[in-house]
Write a protein that binds this ligand. Structure first.
Ligand code: FE2
Length: 429
C-alpha cells in the first residue's frame, strides 16, 4: 500500500485571528481548512496546540551576490553606503562562480531554517562577465524545490554612469533574470537619474517585466526619483508591477511635497520596500544631532493605501555585518523605527514580511487557503504580535507539504526555589 503524503496540522491559530483550525495538506497543496478535520489514513498529524501557523516569510529586497562576504577583502571602516559600494567594487574582480554559489546556497539554508521561503534578490550587472548573474541563475534553479528566488538586474554603479551597464542589464534579462533594476540617485546628475528611470520603465514595458529600483536611497530631501518612477509607471500602464526600494529621502522631504507625492504613488499602484536594519544604520551618517532615522514613511504610506513591505537588504556583506535571514528581526526593527506600536500597526509589520512582500514579488498562490501550495511555518508564538516580540522560534517549516526544516521548542530550565521549572517567554494568564 502506498504511504500517504498527507500532513494534518491540528489546532493552529492563523494570522487573521482564526483559532483552533486544522490545516490538511496532500499532494503538495492545502486541501482543507477547518475545525476537527478527519485525519486521512496514514497522514502525519502535528499538534499545533494553539500556536501560530503562518504563510512563509518573504524577503522582497536582498543582495544575495554579496551576502556572507563580510571581511572580503576588508571591512567597511566608515560604515557608510558609499564605502560599501566602493568595497563591493574592490571585491568584484576577486569573485569566483564557485564562491558566489556556495555563499548563496549557505544563505538559502539559513533562510529555510528561518521559514523564509521566497526572496527577491538584486544582482549586480556592472561586470562584463556577468558572473553573479550566472551564479544566481544556477542557485535559483538549484533551490527551486524549496525556495522561490526572484532575480533583479541591478546596475549597482549606475545604468548611465557605468560603462556597458545598459547592455549588460539587457544581457542579464536575456539570460532569464526576472525584474528590471536601477539606481537613479547614483547617476551623475539628477537629470541622468530621471533618464535612467524612463529607460528602465520603457524596457520593462517592452519586455512585460516588473521593475524594482533602488530609489532615492539618501538623506537628500531634493532626491525625487520616486516621483519620476510613479510618472512613468502611470504613463506606461505598469500599475502594480513597479517597486520603489528604500525611498529614504522621503524621510527628509517637506511634508507639503509628500502630501502631493503619496496620491501619485497610490495612483501608479507603486509598491514600496523599506529596509529597516540597513536604513537605520546607513542613513543619517552626515548628521550630528538630532540624527535622522532615515527610513521611509512607512505608516503614512500604508495609510495612503500603498503596499509596503520590509526587506532584509543585507546580511554579512560590505554594507551590514549582522543578520541571519530572520524576517522577524527585520519586522521588529521596522516597528521600532517607525514607532508602529498600536496592535493594528504591529500586525501590519508582520504583514510587511509576509503577505505584503509576496505582493511585491507577485507570488501566485501565497497564503493559507484551500488550493494554494502547502507552504507554511509553525511558529512558537500565539499571534503575529507575539511572533515579532519573541522573534519566535520556527518549530516546523513546510514547503509543498514536506517538512524542510524543524527545530526544538525554545525554552530554558530554571533552577530556582518555589518557581516554575522552565520558561518559554509566552504570557500565560
Ligand atoms: Fe538594496
Amino acid at each position: 500500500m502506498e504511504r500517504s503524503d498527507a500532513l494534518l496540522i491540528r489546532n493552529a491559530t492563523l494570522p487573521d485571528g482564526r483559532l483552533q483550525h486544522d490545516v490538511l495538506a496532500a499532494s503538495g497543496r492545502i486541501v482543507a481548512i477547518g475545525a476537527g478535520l478527519p485525519a486521512p489514513e496514514g497522514a502525519r498529524v502535528v499538534q499545533a496546540e494553539g500556536l501560530l501557523l503562518s504563510p512563509p516569510f518573504v524577503d522582497a529586497h536582498f543582495h544575495m551576490d554579496a551576502t556572507l562576504s563580510h571581511g572580503l577583502p576588508r571591512v567597511n571602516r566608515s560604515g557608510t553606503l558609499l564605502e560599501g559600494i566602493a568595497l563591493w567594487g574592490e571585491l568584484k574582480p576577486m569573485l569566483t562562480l564557485e564562491a558566489l554559489v556556495e555563499r548563496a546556497l549557505q544563505y538559502c539554508d539559513w533562510a529555510v531554517a528561518r521559514g523564509l521561503l521566497a526572496i527577491r534578490t538584486h544582482v549586480d550587472v556592472c561586470d562584463d562577465r556577468l558572473l553573479a548573474v550566472q551564479a544566481l541563475l544556477h542557485v535559483k534553479a538549484r533551490v527551486a524545490p524549496y525556495l522561490d528566488l526572484q532575480l533583479v538586474a541591478f546596475p549597482q554603479d549606475g545604468l548611465l554612469r557605468a560603462p556597458n551597464a545598459l547592455a549588460n542589464l539587457e544581457r542579464a534579462l536575456d539570460l532569464g533574470v526576472d525584474v528590471v533594476g536601477g539606481i537613479p540617485h547614483f547617476e551623475r546628475t539628477a537629470e541622468q537619474g530621471a533618464r535612467s528611470v524612463q529607460i528602465l520603465c520603457e524596457l520593462a514595458a517592452a519586455r512585460g517585466l516588473r521593475v524594482d529600483l533602488h530609489c532615492d536611497e539618501s538623506d537628500d530631501p531634493q532626491s525625487r526619483h520616486v516621483e519620476t518612477l510613479a510618472f512613468h509607471t502611470h504613463r506606461l500602464g505598469l500599475h502594480g508591477r513597479v517597486t520603489g526600494s528604500h525611498l529614504t529621502s522621503m524621510h527628509s522631504m517637506d511634508n507639503d511635497y509628500v502630501s502631493k507625492l503619496l496620491p501619485l504613488m497610490r495612483e501608479a499602484q507603486l509598491h514600496v520596500v523599506a529596509n529597516p536594519l540597513v536604513n537605520i544604520t546607513l542613513q543619517g551618517r552626515a548628521d550630528t544631532y538630532p540624527k535622522r532615522r532615515g527610513m521611509t514613511r512607512v505608516p503614512e504610506l500604508m495609510a495612503a493605501g500603498i503596499n509596503v513591505a520590509f526587506g532584509h537588504d543585507c546580511v554579512m556583506d560590505p554594507w551590514y555585518s549582522l543578520g541571519s535571514g530572520d524576517m522577524l528581526e527585520v519586522a521588529q526593527m521596522g516597528l521600532h523605527v517607525a514607532q508602529m506600536t498600536s496592535q493594528a500597526q504591529m500586525r501590519a509589520c508582520f504583514d510587511a514580511v509576509t503577505v505584503n512582500a509576496a505582493a511585491v514579488m507577485g507570488l501566485d498562490g501565497y497564503g493559507i487557503e484551500v488550493g494554494n501550495p502547502a507552504d507554511f511555518v509553525l511558529l512558537q508564538a500565539r499571534s503575529p504580535v507575539e511572533a515579532i516580540r519573541l522573534r519566535a522560534n520556527r518549530l516546523m517549516v513546510v514547503r509543498r507539504g514536506q517538512v524542510v526544516a524543524h527545530a526544538p521548542a525554545a525554552t530554558a530550565t530554571l533552577c530556582l526555589p518555589d518557581r516554575p521549572p522552565s520558561v518559554d517567554w509566552t504570557l500565560r494568564r
